[in-house]
Design a binder for this molecule. Structure first.
Ligand code: SF4
Length: 709
């Protein structure tokens, strides 16, 4: 009998935005088994390290919990039947109500190739920009902040910068739990250089504080005040880079004028932090040569998330701490491919390849490149608005891919009403049971990690291959394949004739280079000619890649030029705003939400691995001891949480008394949902208020009342 030799295959972890390389031993080829998973020693994101989620990836591959066959209106169906019915129904809805009556809600779990085909189908051929993803919940505020400041959605830093800085400010990030491999990298950098200062800006004393020289336990939602105060401080302490401001930026005077009211004393009072703590942080930023501000969901998930991002960027521009080793504002994405999605235009206000919907030149480039009959001319609906439009009857067909919005979106009552109201709900997922699948008219089995084959981009702009290691389970198909089948069934045969993800990747890379000539940093031109073998062996690559963009650039803006029309970065004048969901006499407590170390999103994968439940196996609500006394509850008691928007949905959680929590403020993880047999759906307590500029919901700040059960 022919024996297939064991093979070591490199792929990428499918969880967080660190994007760690993973080596897996494949025995018996694509129909065989997988074993001996470990971190890839050569991958620049992790150099061999993995966190516990990555280490136990193989345990999450539970075939018993997979969706294995298409199901159409409750009946098993073939792929041809399912995709023909979807195409016919979508065409009929479009004929009756126009293209904006259909929408796709996708995910940062999709690979770049999946994202590309979904965007091309919707924006170029169906003719609607109603395609948004759960990346809207993750980093859309950072995208807008980057575009306002730099002219393009660019993260200037790379992971090595974390090892070469003098001051690392972690703000709105519990990296020890959410980006563990990067946190380990920071730990080692500090061990090597004990003079390196680490500051954690977070209302809670999280595990990331284990490394902190200073913890700024600010009042939730006051981050922009802190960074406006820092800008003002820099101006008054001879810490400006006047040459850089003069030669490479616009708008400094206006930004400083707006920030000038924020004295240290006023910042301390507004942020509810001692003056000495604020002084210390500001002094380090002003006096140390290199600084990184590492920011994540605590900044982005806010009704003023864009302004918070720009308040941070302003400080780096003012001090010239950008484009240099160990310096810069560093947005860290939550999801594995939020960046790749952005690169192909994976949000409803983007076109493709970092081109803009309202730019006539960009429009002409994409239209010609795709030979698109119906290229969009206006932005589509953003995540929360998409569900509102479905609840209002404007969106009739909603296709949800690789995400579980009933559990993860704010305002669960609205999401459920939207899905009940749609004429057609299509859900593509790997799992056979999720909160969202309960509402599907058509359920499509999609491939998951170990089966999917394509590319992802991590938080430092590095493109890595996620490789197919085994054949898809049951009749599961790749998302790009499903989309292509529907595209062909709708009559767009030629444009969706893809047979392999390498063809899609090559097309995407060619589009990034089309009419580029140095005008956009995202340029993957040299990868546009890869054949299947070259694509299969592609090593991690950091963009920009083309000759016009300094090949393999690891740090952007080193030459002080940006991607705005005049090449200068923009300061943005910021007026700090408080969160929209404010407490009141009826709802007196602040609710903060977040992740636990060993779980991922709504646990449809990590919940399968018993070892990942060892760290924390149930949801909870953290309560300060004094609040617990007032509420007359003790550790483990059940408590009911209600918000003005709960709509009768009961959220009941066990109490965890926690003196690392500020008084009057509560914390709950968002992972657990009805699928997991609990009443821990914290999304029901948040009203969907979102940033007007980015559409990112305010998932970090709700107002609740509590009563013991
Ligand atoms: Fe995966 Fe993120 Fe852990 Fe790396 S740090 S192994 S990418 S979850």
């Amino acid at each position: 009998k022919h024996q297939v030799a064991n093979k070591l295959v490199q792929t990428t972890c499918p969880y967080c935005g660190v994007g760690c390389g993973v080596d897996v031993v494949q025995s018996g080829g694509m129909t065989g088994s997988l074993s001996e998973l470990k971190g890839s020693a050569e991958h620049p994101a992790n150099y061999g390290r993995l966190c516990i989620k990555g280490t136990h990836l193989l345990e999450t591959l539970d075939g018993n919990k997979r969706l294995l066959k298409p199901v159409v209106f409750g009946q098993p169906a073939s792929w041809d039947e399912a995709t023909s019915i979807i195409a016919a129904r979508m065409k009929s809805i479009i004929e009756q109500h126009g293209p904006d009556a259909v929408a796709i809600y996708g995910s940062g779990q999709l690979l770049t190739e999946d994202y590309y085909v979904a965007n091309k189908l919707m924006k170029g051929f169906i003719g609607t920009a109603n395609i948004d993803t759960n990346s809207r919940l993750c980093m859309s505020s950072a995208v807008v902040a980057h575009k306002r400041a730099f002219g393009e959605d660019i993260v200037p830093c790379n992971y090595e910068d974390l090892e070469h800085t003098d001051l690392l400010i972690l703000t709105g990030s519990n990296a020890a739990w959410t980006h563990p491999v990067l946190f380990q990298r920071i730990e080692r950098a500090k061990l090597r250089n004990p003079d390196m200062k680490v500051v954690v800006v977070d209302p809670r004393e999280t595990d990331s504080c284990s490394l902190a020289d200073l913890h700024v336990a600010l009042k939730p939602g006051t981050d922009a005040v802190l960074f406006c105060g820092l800008l003002n401080y820099l101006a008054h302490h001879n810490a400006l880079d006047d040459t850089f401001i003069q030669n490479s930026t616009n708008g400094f005077a206006e930004a400083l004028a707006e920030a000038s009211a924020w004295t240290v004393a006023k910042v301390a009072q507004t942020c509810d932090v001692p003056v000495a703590v604020i002084e210390q942080l500001f002094n380090w930023f002003a006096s140390l040569p290199r600084a990184i501000t590492f920011f994540s969901m605590g900044i982005n998930q806010s009704t003023s998330g864009v302004d918070k991002g720009n308040a941070i960027i302003n400080c780096h521009l003012a001090s010239g701490k950008i484009g240099k080793e160990g310096s810069g504002p560093f947005s860290i994405t939550g999801q594995p491919n939020a960046m790749g999605g952005r690169e192909v235009g994976g949000l409803s206000n983007m076109l493709a390849a970092h081109m803009d919907i309202d730019n006539p030149e960009h429009h002409a480039t994409v239209k010609a490149f795709w030979q698109a009959p119906n290229l969009i001319t206006k932005p589509g609906l953003r995540a929360v608005d998409m569900f509102q439009a479905a609840a209002d009857g404007k969106v009739k067909c909603l296709w949800i891919m690789a995400t579980n919005p009933v559990a993860s979106m704010p305002n669960r009552a609205l999401v459920e009403a939207a899905l009940k109201n749609c004429e057609l709900v299509i859900v593509s997922d790997t799992a056979a049971q999720t909160d969202t699948l309960n509402y599907a008219h058509i359920a499509l089995p999609a491939t998951g990690w170990s089966e999917k084959n394509g590319t992802v981009t991590n938080s430092e702009r590095r493109i890595s291959r996620q490789r197919g290691l085994v054949e898809p389970m049951g009749e599961a198909k790749h998302d790009w394949e499903i989309l292509s089948m529907v595209g062909r069934a709708m009559g767009f045969e030629e444009a969706f004739a893809y047979q392999h993800p390498a063809e899609i990747f090559a097309e995407h890379c060619a589009l990034t280079a089309a009419n580029n000539n140095g005008s956009r940093a995202l340029d993957l031109g040299p990868l546009a000619d890869l054949n299947i073998a070259q694509y299969d062996s592609l090593r991690p690559q950091q963009w920009p890649l083309s000759n016009t963009h300094r090949i393999g650039t690891d740090r952007l803006f080193a030459d002080g030029s940006f991607y705005t029309p005049d090449g200068k970065a923009n300061f943005v004048a910021i007026t700090p705003r408080l969160p929209e969901q404010q407490t009141s006499a009826e709802y007196p407590f602040v609710l903060n939400t977040g992740r636990v170390r060993d779980q991922w999103h709504t646990m449809t994968r990590t919940g399968n691995a018993p070892r990942l439940l060892k760290h924390i196996d149930r949801p909870w609500l953290s309560i300060h001891p004094v609040d617990a006394q007032v509420l007359d509850v003790k550790d483990g008691d059940l408590i009911k949480a209600e918000a003005a928007c709960s709509g009768g949905i009961e959220v009941i959680l066990p109490v965890k008394i926690d003196d690392k929590q500020r008084r009057g403020e509560m914390f709950a993880p968002f992972h657990w949902s009805a699928t997991w047999g609990s009443h821990a759906r914290v999304g029901a307590l948040l009203n969907g208020a979102n940033d007007a500029l980015s559409g990112q919901p305010e998932l970090k700040h709700g107002a609740i009342k509590l009563s013991p059960v």
